[in-house]
Design a protein around this ligand. Structure first.
Ligand code: GDP
Length: 470
């Protein structure tokens, strides 16, 4: 397919949803207004019918869209290209990680024990790995005494190198250090200074033409490739994951739901009720059942709040609710970042990433990791999620901009004016048809219709590794 075709196809898919977000949210406002009026039965009936049929209309459009994608003759390309691109990157990482002489190899040392959860630590490792890739250095993970497993990363996952795990070298320096220094250390991403252009959300220039055609969320794919290389379970870990999956009865179709509660709520994220998550799950199955017989609606529920699993079983009896309250119980207590909780979080992320669709809050690194891994499971899973809060981001990322493709004249005081071609720094999507951001031309902050922009994929120059590709 041409790049234009693929971009347009995905844009249509995204904007069917944006159109629906807008219509349903406006209709809800009207419904509220009407419910206060006495003589409004007739208007209420019209509005209720309107919403109901529009919802069906949306499902039908999305199903047709999926059918079109399956039947446009390019599915084979998508699968082949996804594999080829992944193989290419994995080969480069393997090369980088296996220098012939570890004593003289250039290295980047990364302490994994950042004071935060597993998703956050994994993202710290990925950031180190991107720095290593960009500076052509072998990544050395330092993980002895790791809070999730005292014995270290290598007892749970395969070592990230077969030839070079020794952090020592003739000279050592902290970023940005002289490029000749043998061993480079880096701080956490938030403190990195100066900040190179190759940090997320940037993808490598040499891969950009192929990747932007293949994938609807190239940065999530790119991050996913580093996660894929890092997380190769040791046999025992693999066995734990396989047994866990079997024990839970994980099978398709299935929607993965991640509900992050405890310490996150009120500090870094707002509370969302189980019903809010389940509305999206219901919608997934309502759409699916239009084209396919579903014997049993199944949902995999992961949480650090054990109550929600019982709540789901009680309130959604027509669902097969898969989940382990014991895992959630361990996750909930303050000793969360310890040996006993690692298996649980690994299994939960594994199953979330293997689900057909993901419902969660992207404010949680757990869910963002699951989404990133999902990109290595499917050729392009850019639209297999519903986040109840944030859009996808990478903690500590460089700026995220969108480009407007249509003019916009504000119709309320909280909207901003936009001209085609304007760059807007995006802060978030309100999932009601509008996104929020700052127009970089006018410096105005405010709302704009989400369908009037396209994502701006950031591209940076990385080393090309062309000698590895043959
Ligand atoms: P964030 O705080 O949600 O952004 O994600 P982090 O991964 O950085 O820290 C949260 C930690 O809480 C996880 O790493 C787990 O240890 C625990 N946790 C949160 N949600 C779950 C869950 O659904 N299942 C399990 N097993 N643990 C969880």
């Amino acid at each position: 397919p041409s790049l234009e075709y693929e971009l347009l196809r995905r844009r249509i898919g995204t904007n069917i949803l944006e159109y629906w977000n807008y219509m349903s949210s406006e209709a809800e406002k009207l419904q509220k207004l009407l419910s206060n009026e006495v003589e409004s039965h007739q208007s209420q009936k019209i509005l209720t019918d309107f919403v109901q049929l529009s919802r069906e209309h949306k499902r039908s459009l999305l199903n047709d869209f999926d059918q079109m994608t399956k039947n446009d003759g390019y599915e084979n390309y998508r699968h082949t290209e996804a594999k080829a691109l992944s193989d290419l990157v994995q080969k480069r990482l393997y090369y980088l990680q296996n220098p012939t002489d570890c004593a003289t190899a250039k290295k980047l040392v990364c302490k994994i024990n950042k004071g935060c959860g597993w998703g956050c630590q994994l993202h710290h490792m990925v950031y180190c790995f991107i720095m290593a890739y960009a500076t052509e250095r072998t990544l050395i993970l330092k993980s002895k005494g790791w809070r999730y497993h005292k014995g270290g990363f290598e007892e749970i996952f395969q070592p990230v190198s077969k030839t070079c795990l020794d952090e020592r070298g003739a000279s050592m320096g902290a970023w940005p250090a002289n490029e000749n220094v043998q061993v480079l250390t880096v701080p956490i991403i938030d403190s990195l200074n100066p900040r190179p252009s190759f940090l997320p959300l940037a993808i490598p220039a040499d891969l950009a033409p192929r990747l932007t055609k293949l994938h609807g969320d190239p940065i999530a794919w790119w991050i996913g490739q580093f996660v894929k290389f890092l997380l190769k379970p040791q046999p025992e870990t693999q066995e734990m994951l396989d047994n866990g999956r079997k024990k839970l009865g994980f099978k398709k179709p299935i929607v993965g739901v991640h509900i992050r509660r405890t310490d996150k709520v009120g500090t870094e994220a707002s509370f969302h009720s189980l019903d809010e998550y389940m509305r999206s799950v219901d919608e997934y199955y309502n759409q699916l059942e239009m084209v396919q017989y579903v014997e049993k609606r199944r949902v995999f529920l992961a949480s650090d709040d054990p109550k929600v699993i019982d709540e789901a079983r009680k309130n959604y009896p027509h669902y097969d609710v898969i989940g382990d309250p014991e895992i959630a119980k361990i996750a909930a207590v303050s000793t969360r970042y310890t040996d006993s909780s690692l298996n649980g979080i690994m299994l939960d992320i594994d199953l979330l990433s293997k689900s057909d669709f993901l419902v969660c809050t992207f404010s949680s690194q757990v869910c963002r990791v699951a989404y990133e891994i999902m990109q290595t499971v499917y050729p392009d899973a850019y639209n297999r999620f519903k986040s109840l809060d944030d859009i996808y981001y990478y903690g500590g990322q460089n700026s995220h901009n969108v480009i407007s493709v249509l003019d916009h004249k504000p119709s309320t005081h909280d909207q901003i004016q936009v001209k085609t071609g304007d760059l807007i720094g995006i802060a978030g999507n309100h999932w009601n048809g509008f996104s929020k951001g700052k127009n970089l031309r006018t410096n105005q902050n405010g709302l704009f219709p989400s369908f009037k922009v396209n994502d701006k994929v950031e591209v940076a120059n990385f080393p090309k590794y062309s000698h590895v590709d043959e």
